[in-house]
Design a binder for this molecule. Structure first.
Ligand code: ZN
Length: 91
């Protein structure tokens, strides 16, 4: 898992996610699958909040090494959107 403190370490990953345009599916809140439509490779991204800090992890090789991969960058907007909706709807 990597701790998400600022978008800066994710900049390269975000750029790659924009280029690859992977398919993001919501498994449940905090759990997403990201599929590279070219290679068909699918990884699971998890996002969670602990002690007010945000963490994200991915099942790909880079993610297992604690690096910010483009799968996390791709899933993050969906997660933040869901988190915002939950907060707004007071779940
Ligand atoms: Zn990954």
């Amino acid at each position: 898992m990597i701790q998400l403190t600022s978008p800066a370490p994710l900049e390269n990953a975000i750029a790659k996610a924009r280029a690859v345009k992977p398919l993001v599916r919501v498994v449940k809140f905090g759990s997403y699958t990201v599929t590279n439509k070219t290679t068909g490779a699918t990884y699971t991204v998890t996002c969670e909040k602990r002690d007010g800090r945000r963490f994200a992890g991915c099942t790909c090789k880079a993610g297992e090494r604690g690096q910010a991969c483009y799968h996390v960058a791709a899933a993050l907007p969906a997660h933040l959107q869901l988190a915002h909706e939950r907060a707004t709807l007071n779940f």
